[in-house]
Ligand binder design. Structure first.
Ligand SMILES: [Zn+2]
Length: 560
């Protein structure tokens, strides 16, 4: 069975020649409808659809001069349809829905202006939670084009002050699932770019052999079949130097065989970026090489247009001219031309071992201490899964290794991984968690238990085992101490957890719940007690729980 499968896989590498179809944008986008959401000229620190691990960048990162608190304006008439706040990801987010069906989204905000700010605070106190996800009806918070709606910031996963701005359409009620992201610059926002992009690297991937970097030479001999990887960046007036491209083309003997552009990205497909780039190389070097080859589980109408499967066979050998062209959004172009001498003698059909997985079929594995279930389309292509278990790992639990051997790409969706210890753990099942070992680090997954098995939905490959978390979270005052006066206007507390992570946090001032902003990056709770502290002694309480239900509660006497 395994041998037959191996041959089919090899055949599919060589004979798959159907033409991809594509449909860039179904209809023209409205021009001039949206205004620049900020006061100053648009300068970008990241462009639309830049390659990131696990997602395409879904909008524009607008520079704010390194500062927070810059005015953010509604890009057009509409209403506030949603506010969502989280210590992670987009931080403080505002969604404005417009009568033409598009929604503009503003992320990493420092705060919300006027009536929006009041509505947000009301919701946080009603839910007793910093993190909220609140939908508003059309008549609750209408906005006019150019109205001040928010202040730019650096909240959530942001690595420096900026405004992340998106244009979306469609989607379910939450304006996210099934929505489509558009390049905001295609709506005619004022933007200058007279600077050419730069091709920083071209890699050649002979199938079944080690890839190599094209050097300065313009003529080279290459074993066939092979495919290409292209890494290019763009700069613009007022931008950083390493922004993404708008279009990448490959021409062979003066005929275009590959064209890639991303004007629109379905949110549900954004993780497919992992299958379009050389994922492992990106993780190791932060250089994203777009690959010309196709994987069947990462195809769609928005994905590259290729002749065939994006692999160069050159079955009759010979010399061929290859041109790589990259364009930015204003069609500034950079080009690299080279000639390959196709070495037709050296075709290699690689062999693999492991559990055969068909990318479009479910996969189930049952072993005495390990179970795996993958739904169809968890992988982007047929593969062989190496699953090994060592049954006496450091934590007295099996160490399970799950790794594909053909394509080193994380799964498109989570799969179910269950582990059973040889001897039951001497703690309640809620204290046991599935963990992934990453060097010396351990990452815990939310875990359920049943009949001695511990199960997690994991979205990674690698080494997994079980660990016990009976240690409660830590709470550390930053700018105050027991019985001493508070230093500054805000109360700051660092919180943390050794393994399963902070799950809930609540703060109380004199017995009343008080809003604590949680900055995930610095693991700090920030409380503004102004107008809520009384003269003399106040009782301030912090309660934190972790993913395994361990709880820490600390009370402090605070004076003003
Ligand atoms: Zn961004």
């Amino acid at each position: 069975m395994k041998r037959i499968f191996r041959i089919l896989l090899c055949a599919s590498l060589i004979f798959n020649f159907q033409l991809s179809t594509f449909n860039l944008l179904a209809q023209p986008l409205p021009q001039g409808y949206f205004r620049n959401p900020m006061d100053h000229d648009i300068g970008l620190s990241a462009t639309f659809a830049e390659f990131r691990a696990n997602h395409f960048h879904g909008g524009l990162d607008m520079r704010t001069g390194g500062a927070i608190g810059k005015h953010v304006y509604a890009a057009a008439d509409g209403y506030v349809a949603k506010v969502s706040i989280s210590p992670w990801g987009g931080g403080k987010i505002l969604y404005i829905k417009h009568p033409n069906g598009y929604t503009t989204v503003y992320m990493h905000l420092d705060g919300y202006a006027g009536a929006i700010g009041k509505a947000v605070l009301k919701e946080q106190y009603a839910k007793q939670s910093y993190s909220i996800n609140k939908l508003f009806a059309p008549d609750e918070l209408p906005v006019k084009k150019g109205q001040l709606v928010a202040y730019s910031g650096n909240t959530g996963g942001s690595g420096g002050p900026h405004l992340h701005f998106e244009v979306r359409s469609g989607g379910t009620e939450d304006l996210h699932t099934h929505s489509t992201l558009y390049n905001p610059l295609l709506f005619g926002l004022p933007y200058t770019d007279n600077i050419k992009p730069v091709i920083r690297g071209i890699r050649i991937y002979p199938v079944g052999r080690k890839p190599f970097e094209l050097g300065k030479e313009n003529e080279l001999e290459v074993a066939t079949p092979f495919y290409l990887g292209i890494y290019a960046t763009d700069a613009a007036e007022g931008s950083t130097q390493r922004n993404g491209l708008h279009r990448i083309e490959v021409h062979v003997d003066n005929q275009m065989v590959f064209m890639y552009t991303t004007d629109a990205i379905p949110v549900d497909s954004t993780r497919m970026v992992n299958a379009l780039i050389d994922y492992r190389h990106y993780v190791d070097t932060r250089q994203a090489y777009l690959l010309t080859r196709a994987l069947p589980g990462a195809e769609g109408e928005w994905i590259p247009v290729r002749q065939g499967d994006g692999i160069f066979y050159f079955e009759n050998g010979g010399r061929h001219k290859i041109q790589v062209r990259v364009y930015d959004i204003k069609d500034n172009m950079a080009e690299r031309t080279f000639t390959v001498d196709a070495d037709k003698e050296s075709t290699v059909c690689p062999t693999f071992s492991g559990e055969a997985v068909r990318y479009n079929q479910a996969f189930n594995l049952q072993r005495p201490t390990c179970r795996i279930h993958m739904a169809p389309l968890t992988l982007y292509a047929d593969d062989f899964l190496e699953v090994s278990n060592v049954d006496a790992a450091p934590y007295n639990a099996p160490l399970i290794t799950v790794q594909p051997t053909v394509n080193d790409i994380p799964p498109h969706q989570a799969y179910s991984l269950s582990i059973k210890p040889q001897t039951p753990f001497p703690v309640p099942p809620s204290k046991v968690t599935v963990v992934r070992l990453d060097g010396k680090r351990m990452a815990a997954y939310p875990t359920s238990s049943s009949a001695g098995w511990y199960t997690a939905q994991v979205r990674d490959f690698g080494h997994f085992t079980l660990a016990i978390d009976t240690v409660a979270p830590t709470v550390k005052p930053v700018n105050f101490a027991q019985g001493k006066p508070l230093k500054g206007n805000t109360i700051r507390v660092k919180i943390g957890d050794d393994l399963s992570g902070v799950e809930t946090y609540n703060c109380y001032l004199n017995g009343n719940w008080i809003l604590a902003e949680y900055d995930g990056k610095s693991a700090t709770l920030i409380i503004d007690p102004r107008g809520k502290m009384k003269q003399g002694a106040n009782t301030f309480t912090v309660e934190v729980t972790d993913g395994c239900g361990n709880r820490t509660s600390r009370s402090y006497s605070l004076t003003r």
